[in-house]
Design a protein around this ligand. Sequence first.
Ligand SMILES: *Cc1c(COP(=O)(O)O)cnc(C)c1O
Length: 382
Amino acid sequence: MTSTNHGFATRAIHAGQEADPTTGAVVTPIYATSTYLQDGVGQMRNGYEYSRTKNPTRLALEECVAALEGGRHGFAFASGMAAEDTLLRAVCKPGDHVVIPDDAYGGSFRLFDKVTSRWGLTYTPAAVSDVESIRNAINENTKIVWIETPTNPLLNIADIAAISEVAHNAGALLLVDNTFASSYLQQPLSSGADAVVHSTTKYMGGHSDVVGGCLVVNDDALADELAFYSNSVGAVAGPFDAWLTLRGAKTLAVRMERHCDNAERICEWLNSRDEVSTVLYPGLESHPGHEIAAKQMRRFGGMVSFRMRDGEQAALKVCENTSVFTLGESLGGVESLIEHPGRMTHASAAGSPLEVPSDLVRVSVGIEDVDDLIADLAQAFS
Ligand SMILES: *Cc1c(COP(=O)(O)O)cnc(C)c1O
């Protein structure tokens, strides 16, 4: 048994993952079953009735992610978007209002703008690095203040504790999308957040081989609402996906240390290059959010963005000329990825206030040998 007294890496490997009670299997089995034997009418074993409601492999992942966030209740979903949708509809009703980041993850923005809006939920974008901007966006119907930190792709930092105070004073909940930092680097519930969401597709799974999402909360009544909504709608993680995610989560601590080591070295190298006008990384003292990041994060993560002095063509050239960095979207896997946000992940923001600079390159720094990564960037620059 693990407890909240155990360190992060111990919880990642053991929380929710006691040896299987039937066989002693050390690794949680993939319980590929939809239904369960009842010992008499309505007499379930350990509460297992039907796998949309509860499945042992999913439960192991749910207990693990809750332990990693230092929270009481975890829920695992088929994707990060399914987790977000579940939270919104479990907490809000038509007519309610949500404050969202003005540089929100594109899929989240689409959910607010095109899906929950049709159902009567309104939203106001605000700059998460500016507490006043959040305060001004709140109105009397605001149910949730929704933030990401660091943000994508500009790596802006939100002050979780300060924003939680503003949200709570207005009677709203604070949700933090913790995908970019990972649970290892940042645990928002301890800074006052009410709910944490992850795309476990990214660092939690960590191997770019599974799509998933999770929610973690402390409040029992909120957890009951989420359990009710999750069971009613059923966008839950399947047992194989839950197992793969759990397998990835076991190594989250060691992977994140290496992601951070490599990202720091790459920032140093980028800063030494004349072709680069700005390096965006919260670990740099020059970053406007550095002090807040240092207060609420263990280290500064594996995501780095930079701007090329010679503009868009130079940025595109770097993206297309790497060979160890793979040109592709997504992030958080063991392999390094490179992309051009303006034409790829953030193309849909073109012409809007959320448009990103065209000279911007984003890298998800993997855990390969950092000298190979730097040599790869160097040849792509030349
Ligand atoms: C990828 C991502 C999501 C969406 O998660 P999916 O697993 O792709 O559904 C949400 N938020 C952030 C910050 C992400 O990077």
